[in-house]
Unconditional design. Structure first.
Length: 343
Protein backbone atom coordinates (compact mmCIF):
# COMPACT_ATOMS: atom_id res chain seq x y z
CA UNK A 1 0.00 0.00 0.00
CA UNK A 2 1.02 3.64 -0.51
CA UNK A 3 0.32 6.91 1.25
CA UNK A 4 -2.33 9.35 0.14
CA UNK A 5 -1.00 12.92 0.40
CA UNK A 6 -2.88 16.02 1.46
CA UNK A 7 -2.41 19.26 -0.45
CA UNK A 8 0.13 20.40 2.14
CA UNK A 9 2.17 17.22 1.63
CA UNK A 10 1.19 15.56 4.90
CA UNK A 11 0.20 11.92 4.98
CA UNK A 12 -3.53 11.25 4.94
CA UNK A 13 -3.72 7.45 4.72
CA UNK A 14 -2.42 4.58 2.66
CA UNK A 15 -3.59 3.46 -0.78
CA UNK A 16 -4.66 -0.15 -0.97
CA UNK A 17 -6.28 -2.64 -3.31
CA UNK A 18 -9.71 -1.53 -2.08
CA UNK A 19 -9.02 2.05 -3.30
CA UNK A 20 -7.85 0.86 -6.71
CA UNK A 21 -10.92 -1.38 -7.05
CA UNK A 22 -13.29 1.48 -6.17
CA UNK A 23 -11.74 3.89 -8.67
CA UNK A 24 -11.63 1.30 -11.45
CA UNK A 25 -15.14 0.06 -10.73
CA UNK A 26 -14.10 -3.56 -10.24
CA UNK A 27 -13.81 -6.03 -7.39
CA UNK A 28 -10.73 -6.45 -5.20
CA UNK A 29 -10.36 -9.95 -6.65
CA UNK A 30 -10.10 -8.45 -10.12
CA UNK A 31 -7.38 -6.03 -8.98
CA UNK A 32 -5.54 -8.98 -7.46
CA UNK A 33 -5.75 -10.89 -10.74
CA UNK A 34 -4.28 -7.92 -12.61
CA UNK A 35 -1.45 -7.62 -10.09
CA UNK A 36 -0.63 -11.29 -10.48
CA UNK A 37 -0.82 -11.28 -14.30
CA UNK A 38 -3.78 -13.69 -14.31
CA UNK A 39 -4.73 -14.59 -17.91
CA UNK A 40 -8.51 -14.44 -17.29
CA UNK A 41 -8.81 -10.65 -17.17
CA UNK A 42 -10.39 -8.72 -20.03
CA UNK A 43 -8.04 -6.28 -21.75
CA UNK A 44 -10.21 -3.22 -21.10
CA UNK A 45 -10.59 -4.17 -17.44
CA UNK A 46 -6.82 -4.53 -17.12
CA UNK A 47 -6.37 -1.05 -18.62
CA UNK A 48 -8.88 0.49 -16.16
CA UNK A 49 -7.14 -1.11 -13.20
CA UNK A 50 -3.68 -0.01 -14.34
CA UNK A 51 -4.93 3.56 -14.89
CA UNK A 52 -6.44 3.60 -11.42
CA UNK A 53 -3.15 2.38 -9.91
CA UNK A 54 -1.24 5.07 -11.77
CA UNK A 55 -3.67 7.82 -10.72
CA UNK A 56 -3.55 6.79 -7.07
CA UNK A 57 0.19 6.17 -7.05
CA UNK A 58 -0.34 2.58 -5.96
CA UNK A 59 2.67 0.30 -5.76
CA UNK A 60 2.42 -3.37 -5.03
CA UNK A 61 3.54 -4.63 -1.61
CA UNK A 62 5.60 -7.70 -2.51
CA UNK A 63 5.63 -9.00 1.06
CA UNK A 64 1.84 -8.96 1.23
CA UNK A 65 1.61 -10.42 -2.23
CA UNK A 66 3.89 -13.30 -1.27
CA UNK A 67 1.69 -14.12 1.72
CA UNK A 68 -1.41 -14.26 -0.44
CA UNK A 69 -0.05 -15.91 -3.56
CA UNK A 70 3.20 -17.59 -2.49
CA UNK A 71 4.76 -15.66 -5.40
CA UNK A 72 7.01 -12.74 -4.54
CA UNK A 73 8.48 -12.47 -8.06
CA UNK A 74 11.79 -11.91 -6.32
CA UNK A 75 15.00 -13.95 -6.61
CA UNK A 76 17.75 -13.94 -4.04
CA UNK A 77 21.44 -13.58 -4.85
CA UNK A 78 24.05 -14.72 -2.35
CA UNK A 79 27.56 -13.61 -3.24
CA UNK A 80 31.09 -13.41 -1.97
CA UNK A 81 34.16 -11.82 -3.57
CA UNK A 82 31.83 -9.39 -5.32
CA UNK A 83 34.70 -7.04 -6.14
CA UNK A 84 36.29 -9.56 -8.48
CA UNK A 85 35.36 -9.19 -12.15
CA UNK A 86 33.59 -12.53 -12.67
CA UNK A 87 31.29 -12.36 -9.61
CA UNK A 88 30.54 -8.66 -10.08
CA UNK A 89 29.65 -9.11 -13.75
CA UNK A 90 27.49 -12.11 -12.88
CA UNK A 91 25.56 -10.22 -10.21
CA UNK A 92 24.84 -7.35 -12.61
CA UNK A 93 23.81 -9.79 -15.35
CA UNK A 94 21.49 -11.69 -12.99
CA UNK A 95 19.76 -8.46 -11.99
CA UNK A 96 19.26 -7.48 -15.65
CA UNK A 97 17.97 -10.94 -16.64
CA UNK A 98 15.62 -11.08 -13.66
CA UNK A 99 14.22 -7.65 -14.48
CA UNK A 100 13.65 -8.70 -18.10
CA UNK A 101 11.69 -11.72 -16.80
CA UNK A 102 9.55 -9.53 -14.53
CA UNK A 103 11.42 -10.34 -11.32
CA UNK A 104 13.29 -8.32 -8.73
CA UNK A 105 16.54 -9.28 -7.03
CA UNK A 106 17.39 -9.17 -3.35
CA UNK A 107 21.11 -9.57 -2.62
CA UNK A 108 23.03 -10.71 0.44
CA UNK A 109 26.80 -10.85 0.80
CA UNK A 110 28.79 -13.19 3.01
CA UNK A 111 32.39 -14.14 3.63
CA UNK A 112 32.79 -17.47 1.83
CA UNK A 113 35.17 -18.64 4.54
CA UNK A 114 32.58 -18.18 7.30
CA UNK A 115 30.04 -21.02 7.20
CA UNK A 116 27.80 -19.28 9.74
CA UNK A 117 27.74 -16.11 7.64
CA UNK A 118 26.79 -18.07 4.52
CA UNK A 119 24.01 -19.91 6.35
CA UNK A 120 22.72 -16.66 7.87
CA UNK A 121 22.66 -15.00 4.44
CA UNK A 122 20.63 -17.91 3.00
CA UNK A 123 18.19 -17.68 5.93
CA UNK A 124 17.89 -13.92 5.40
CA UNK A 125 16.97 -14.34 1.74
CA UNK A 126 14.53 -17.19 2.41
CA UNK A 127 12.80 -15.09 5.10
CA UNK A 128 12.12 -12.44 2.46
CA UNK A 129 10.02 -14.90 0.49
CA UNK A 130 12.33 -15.17 -2.52
CA UNK A 131 11.29 -17.84 -4.99
CA UNK A 132 14.81 -19.11 -5.57
CA UNK A 133 18.42 -18.26 -4.75
CA UNK A 134 21.37 -17.86 -7.10
CA UNK A 135 24.62 -18.42 -5.24
CA UNK A 136 27.65 -16.88 -6.89
CA UNK A 137 29.90 -19.55 -5.43
CA UNK A 138 33.48 -19.63 -6.67
CA UNK A 139 34.79 -21.43 -3.57
CA UNK A 140 34.51 -25.08 -2.56
CA UNK A 141 33.91 -24.08 1.06
CA UNK A 142 30.71 -22.23 0.05
CA UNK A 143 29.42 -25.39 -1.66
CA UNK A 144 30.20 -27.46 1.43
CA UNK A 145 28.13 -25.09 3.55
CA UNK A 146 25.21 -25.15 1.11
CA UNK A 147 25.17 -28.94 1.00
CA UNK A 148 24.52 -28.98 4.75
CA UNK A 149 21.53 -26.62 4.59
CA UNK A 150 17.83 -27.37 4.19
CA UNK A 151 16.58 -24.25 2.39
CA UNK A 152 13.15 -25.29 1.12
CA UNK A 153 13.38 -23.31 -2.14
CA UNK A 154 15.41 -23.88 -5.32
CA UNK A 155 19.10 -23.01 -5.04
CA UNK A 156 21.35 -22.71 -8.09
CA UNK A 157 25.08 -22.02 -7.99
CA UNK A 158 27.17 -20.06 -10.49
CA UNK A 159 30.93 -20.32 -10.96
CA UNK A 160 30.99 -23.68 -9.20
CA UNK A 161 32.77 -25.29 -12.18
CA UNK A 162 30.28 -28.16 -12.32
CA UNK A 163 31.01 -29.32 -8.79
CA UNK A 164 28.69 -30.05 -5.89
CA UNK A 165 25.14 -28.73 -5.93
CA UNK A 166 23.01 -27.92 -8.95
CA UNK A 167 24.87 -25.23 -10.81
CA UNK A 168 25.74 -23.39 -13.97
CA UNK A 169 29.15 -22.27 -15.12
CA UNK A 170 31.20 -21.31 -18.12
CA UNK A 171 33.32 -24.31 -19.17
CA UNK A 172 36.56 -23.18 -17.57
CA UNK A 173 38.67 -26.15 -18.66
CA UNK A 174 37.53 -25.71 -22.27
CA UNK A 175 38.49 -22.03 -22.10
CA UNK A 176 41.96 -22.87 -20.85
CA UNK A 177 42.37 -25.41 -23.62
CA UNK A 178 41.41 -22.76 -26.19
CA UNK A 179 44.17 -20.52 -24.83
CA UNK A 180 46.86 -23.22 -24.83
CA UNK A 181 45.78 -24.43 -28.27
CA UNK A 182 46.16 -20.91 -29.69
CA UNK A 183 49.67 -20.64 -28.27
CA UNK A 184 50.65 -24.11 -29.48
CA UNK A 185 49.33 -23.43 -32.97
CA UNK A 186 51.43 -20.26 -33.07
CA UNK A 187 54.47 -22.53 -32.57
CA UNK A 188 55.03 -22.32 -28.80
CA UNK A 189 56.32 -25.38 -26.98
CA UNK A 190 57.32 -23.98 -23.59
CA UNK A 191 54.15 -22.46 -22.12
CA UNK A 192 53.76 -21.25 -18.53
CA UNK A 193 50.52 -20.86 -16.60
CA UNK A 194 49.98 -17.87 -14.29
CA UNK A 195 47.25 -19.28 -12.03
CA UNK A 196 44.79 -17.63 -9.65
CA UNK A 197 44.42 -18.28 -5.90
CA UNK A 198 44.25 -21.96 -5.03
CA UNK A 199 40.92 -21.87 -3.17
CA UNK A 200 38.88 -20.93 -6.25
CA UNK A 201 37.09 -23.73 -8.09
CA UNK A 202 37.60 -22.03 -11.47
CA UNK A 203 41.34 -21.80 -10.85
CA UNK A 204 41.49 -25.58 -10.51
CA UNK A 205 39.45 -26.07 -13.69
CA UNK A 206 41.59 -23.65 -15.72
CA UNK A 207 44.76 -25.34 -14.50
CA UNK A 208 43.30 -28.74 -15.41
CA UNK A 209 42.45 -27.51 -18.90
CA UNK A 210 45.93 -26.06 -19.34
CA UNK A 211 47.56 -29.36 -18.38
CA UNK A 212 45.15 -31.44 -20.47
CA UNK A 213 45.83 -29.47 -23.64
CA UNK A 214 49.61 -29.73 -23.19
CA UNK A 215 49.28 -33.50 -22.80
CA UNK A 216 46.93 -33.78 -25.79
CA UNK A 217 49.51 -31.99 -27.96
CA UNK A 218 52.50 -33.89 -26.63
CA UNK A 219 54.02 -30.73 -25.14
CA UNK A 220 56.09 -30.70 -21.95
CA UNK A 221 54.52 -29.60 -18.69
CA UNK A 222 55.23 -25.94 -18.07
CA UNK A 223 55.71 -24.05 -14.83
CA UNK A 224 52.56 -23.08 -12.91
CA UNK A 225 53.03 -19.82 -11.02
CA UNK A 226 50.53 -18.79 -8.33
CA UNK A 227 48.94 -15.35 -8.50
CA UNK A 228 46.04 -13.75 -6.64
CA UNK A 229 43.98 -12.24 -9.53
CA UNK A 230 45.64 -8.83 -9.12
CA UNK A 231 47.75 -6.98 -11.68
CA UNK A 232 50.44 -6.73 -9.00
CA UNK A 233 50.76 -10.51 -8.79
CA UNK A 234 51.18 -10.66 -12.57
CA UNK A 235 53.88 -8.02 -12.38
CA UNK A 236 55.63 -9.85 -9.54
CA UNK A 237 55.64 -13.14 -11.50
CA UNK A 238 57.91 -11.74 -14.24
CA UNK A 239 61.29 -12.83 -12.74
CA UNK A 240 60.08 -16.42 -12.29
CA UNK A 241 58.63 -16.51 -15.81
CA UNK A 242 61.85 -15.20 -17.35
CA UNK A 243 63.93 -17.65 -15.33
CA UNK A 244 61.81 -20.54 -16.65
CA UNK A 245 62.77 -19.71 -20.23
CA UNK A 246 59.23 -20.00 -21.59
CA UNK A 247 58.09 -18.31 -24.79
CA UNK A 248 54.40 -17.97 -23.86
CA UNK A 249 52.18 -17.47 -20.80
CA UNK A 250 48.52 -18.31 -20.25
CA UNK A 251 47.29 -16.02 -17.46
CA UNK A 252 44.18 -17.12 -15.57
CA UNK A 253 42.65 -13.65 -15.74
CA UNK A 254 43.13 -10.41 -17.63
CA UNK A 255 44.19 -8.37 -14.59
CA UNK A 256 47.20 -10.61 -13.98
CA UNK A 257 47.93 -10.49 -17.71
CA UNK A 258 47.93 -6.68 -17.48
CA UNK A 259 50.51 -6.75 -14.68
CA UNK A 260 52.54 -9.27 -16.63
CA UNK A 261 52.58 -7.03 -19.72
CA UNK A 262 53.80 -4.11 -17.64
CA UNK A 263 56.48 -6.13 -15.88
CA UNK A 264 57.78 -7.61 -19.12
CA UNK A 265 57.98 -4.14 -20.67
CA UNK A 266 59.99 -2.88 -17.70
CA UNK A 267 62.33 -5.87 -18.10
CA UNK A 268 62.92 -5.01 -21.75
CA UNK A 269 60.98 -8.03 -23.00
CA UNK A 270 58.70 -7.37 -25.97
CA UNK A 271 55.20 -8.84 -26.24
CA UNK A 272 54.55 -10.70 -28.47
CA UNK A 273 57.94 -10.64 -30.23
CA UNK A 274 59.78 -12.24 -27.28
CA UNK A 275 56.94 -13.72 -25.18
CA UNK A 276 53.27 -14.23 -26.08
CA UNK A 277 50.52 -13.68 -23.49
CA UNK A 278 46.89 -14.81 -23.36
CA UNK A 279 44.43 -13.81 -20.63
CA UNK A 280 41.01 -14.98 -19.47
CA UNK A 281 37.66 -13.10 -19.02
CA UNK A 282 37.82 -10.47 -21.79
CA UNK A 283 37.34 -7.51 -19.44
CA UNK A 284 36.20 -4.35 -21.28
CA UNK A 285 39.69 -2.83 -20.97
CA UNK A 286 41.45 -5.83 -22.58
CA UNK A 287 41.01 -4.35 -26.06
CA UNK A 288 42.96 -1.28 -24.89
CA UNK A 289 45.93 -2.97 -23.21
CA UNK A 290 49.28 -2.59 -24.99
CA UNK A 291 49.50 -4.76 -26.91
CA UNK A 292 45.78 -5.46 -27.21
CA UNK A 293 45.20 -8.64 -25.26
CA UNK A 294 44.21 -11.95 -26.78
CA UNK A 295 41.95 -13.57 -24.19
CA UNK A 296 39.12 -16.02 -23.49
CA UNK A 297 35.68 -14.45 -23.21
CA UNK A 298 33.11 -15.64 -20.69
CA UNK A 299 29.47 -14.96 -21.55
CA UNK A 300 28.17 -13.81 -18.17
CA UNK A 301 24.92 -12.54 -19.68
CA UNK A 302 24.07 -15.98 -21.09
CA UNK A 303 25.04 -17.61 -17.80
CA UNK A 304 22.68 -15.27 -15.92
CA UNK A 305 19.87 -15.74 -18.46
CA UNK A 306 20.03 -19.51 -18.04
CA UNK A 307 20.10 -19.21 -14.25
CA UNK A 308 17.05 -16.95 -14.11
CA UNK A 309 15.20 -19.14 -16.63
CA UNK A 310 15.93 -22.25 -14.56
CA UNK A 311 14.68 -20.69 -11.31
CA UNK A 312 11.54 -19.14 -12.81
CA UNK A 313 10.44 -22.11 -14.92
CA UNK A 314 7.39 -24.13 -13.79
CA UNK A 315 8.25 -27.11 -11.60
CA UNK A 316 7.37 -29.57 -14.36
CA UNK A 317 9.63 -27.71 -16.81
CA UNK A 318 12.76 -27.49 -14.68
CA UNK A 319 15.88 -28.32 -16.72
CA UNK A 320 17.32 -31.75 -15.89
CA UNK A 321 20.75 -31.01 -17.34
CA UNK A 322 22.39 -27.63 -16.91
CA UNK A 323 24.98 -27.57 -19.66
CA UNK A 324 28.04 -25.32 -19.20
CA UNK A 325 28.27 -22.18 -21.31
CA UNK A 326 30.97 -22.39 -23.99
CA UNK A 327 33.78 -19.79 -23.85
CA UNK A 328 35.17 -18.03 -26.92
CA UNK A 329 38.76 -17.12 -27.83
CA UNK A 330 39.10 -13.42 -28.70
CA UNK A 331 42.15 -12.94 -30.92
CA UNK A 332 43.99 -9.61 -30.70
CA UNK A 333 47.67 -8.67 -30.76
CA UNK A 334 49.48 -10.34 -27.84
CA UNK A 335 50.29 -13.67 -29.54
CA UNK A 336 52.86 -14.33 -32.26
CA UNK A 337 55.27 -17.08 -33.24
CA UNK A 338 58.19 -17.57 -30.83
CA UNK A 339 61.59 -16.11 -31.70
CA UNK A 340 63.42 -18.34 -34.19
CA UNK A 341 66.24 -19.04 -31.76
CA UNK A 342 63.81 -20.14 -28.99
CA UNK A 343 61.17 -22.07 -30.95
Amino acid sequence: MNDFRNADGTTARTVGVRDVAALAGVSRQTVSRVLNAHPDVAADTKVRVERAMAELGYRMNNAARALGTRRSRTLGVLASDALQYGPSRSIAAIEASARAAGYWVSAAFADSGDANAVAAAVDHLAAQGVEGIVVVAPHARTLRTLEGLSVGIPVLTLHSAGQGTTGLSVDQAAGARLAVAALAEAGHVRIAHLAGPADWLEVESRADGYAAELIARGLPAGPVIAGDWSARSGHDAVPEILAAGVTAVFAANDQMALGLLGGLHEAGVAVPADISVIGFDDVPDAAYYWPRLTTVRQDFEELARRAVAALTAPVDAQPSDLEPVSPVLVVRDSVAAPPADRA
